[in-house]
Ligand binder design. Structure first.
Ligand code: SF4
Length: 434
């Protein structure tokens, strides 16, 4: 009889995709995915170490597994992902009922690890990074495709290079074959994943890879995450010239202060960043720009913070992911003096978010009456009579449910803009309104 697996996934899209890979590998070992931990023979925690909060959330969730294990001694509990790689000993001492701890690059050995049994900690084996996986995908029309693993950048606040190792790019023909297969299966959109996709390099570079992917015929290509330093003129030209590449760039700025950017070891100043955004906007009309900001990096003064506020007002992001700096043991920034008090960080964050909300709303208002191509995803949140989808610029648009199917590409006219979403009408159905 088959066995059941339940996966808790924390953190970024890379982790969401790693969970899809885990399910693919485990399905070969006779496991099927279930929707509650109570039904499971195996519970996996796919953890994230980027922020202290995500790690705390994981440990508190892990604590809740103790009674399940007591009720079912055959239940196996495994911990994977970035926290696993960093803190194997801590996991076993805080939760002795955990059976296996494995790193992000050991996913394809999961069945063997489970067979080997209890109290097993496996460090990463970089040799496995290029292995190809069977994947159980969450969606039948949008897919994540990992193009590279690891990161060579060592931003001073970031734990990723220590947990996921140095950059390894997948060969371009493997990636293209995967996307060609997805296209044949009816997938409409792929999102290429890597910690810094711009530095992809195998037999070709990232612009070359995009060109090959465009030729597969897949309708939409997205990618994340980009590093501003590696956003080259050639890449901007490729983004502008390839019809499948969506008009959206996520380009983390992190701070508007050159002093802080240098302490962060980001390799660019605000002026470079601003110039790259200007180049993107000049070459790709209508491109949406989103970014990341960290407030309260060690030593961030009021002046530095003000520089960030003016920067976000100048850039006018379509959307912004802003976070308070979170101290991660083992990173360079964790040993810097002058850590900013939590209360100051939180005040700075709230203030920044308020300013950005106004900018987001203004940007959305500019889209009223615009015609957009939408990939239909499914029911709209909070309104069963409506469906929702995403534009090529990644704007969420809701519209009346006229039987459109998830995975269908339609054209919409925007009738109303809100802070985080747009409302529209399907032009094929409401042609008299055009
Ligand atoms: S680019 Fe910097 S922030 Fe991004 S994963 Fe690499 S080290 Fe971390």
């Amino acid at each position: 009889m088959g066995k059941n697996v339940f996966i808790y996934t924390f953190g970024c899209q890379m982790n969401v995709h790693d969970s899809e890979k885990m399910l693919g590998v485990l399905s070969q070992g006779g496991y099927q995915n279930v929707t509650s931990p109570e039904e499971a023979d195996l519970i996996i925690f796919n953890t994230c170490a980027i922020r202290a909060k995500a790690e705390q959330k994981f440990f508190s969730q892990l604590g809740r597994m103790k009674p399940l294990k007591r009720r079912n001694p055959n239940l196996q509990i495994a911990v994977g992902g970035c926290v696993a790689q960093e803190t194997q000993k801590k996991i076993f001492s805080r939760a002795p009922y955990v059976d296996i701890v494995f790193g992000p690059q050991n996913i394809n050995s999961l069945n063997q690890l489970l067979d080997q049994g209890r109290k097993l900690a496996v460090a990463d084996n970089p040799g496995l990074a290029e292995s190809e996986f069977d994947i159980v995908r969450d969606s039948s029309f949008r897919a994540w495709v990992a193009i590279m693993y690891g990161c060579n950048n060592y931003c001073s606040y970031c734990i990723v290079p220590y947990t996921r190792g140095r950059e390894v790019s997948r060969p371009s023909d493997h990636i293209v074959e995967e996307i060609r297969d997805l296209h044949k299966l009816g997938y409409k959109e792929v999102t290429l994943l890597g910690q810094n996709v711009n530095s992809y390099r195998s037999d070709t570079d990232f612009p070359g890879l995009l060109e090959k992917i465009d030729a597969t015929g897949i309708a939409r290509v997205r990618f994340m995450t980009s590093h501003p330093r590696d956003m080259s003129r050639e890449l901007v030209a490729a983004l502008a010239g390839l019809p499948s590449v969506c008009e959206h760039i996520h380009l983390p700025m992190q701070s508007g202060s050159d002093r802080i950017l240098s302490l962060m070891n980001r390799g660019y100043g605000f002026a470079d960043y601003r110039d790259k955004i200007a180049m993107l906007r000049a070459e790709i009309p209508g491109i949406a720009v989103t970014g990341d900001i960290i407030v309260g990096f060690p030593g961030e003064t009021d002046e530095d913070y003000q520089a960030t506020l003016s920067a976000i007002q100048e850039i006018e992001y379509d959307g912004l992911f802003a976070f308070m700096y979170s101290k991660r043991q083992g990173t360079k920034a964790s040993s810097l003096d002058s850590q900013v008090p939590e209360s100051v960080k939180s005040e700075r964050l709230n203030n920044l978010l308020k300013i950005q909300e106004q900018i987001t709303e203004n940007k959305n208002r500019c889209l009223e009456n615009a015609e957009l191509e939408i990939l239909v995803e499914g029911p709209a949140e909070n309104d069963p009579a409506r469906l929702m989808g995403r534009s090529r610029a990644n704007k969420i648009v809701s519209f009346a449910d006229n039987g459109e199917r998830a995975g269908e590409i339609i054209r919409i006219r925007v009738t109303r803009a809100h802070m985080h979403t747009l409302e529209g009408i399907n032009l094929a159905i409401n042609s008299h309104i055009v």
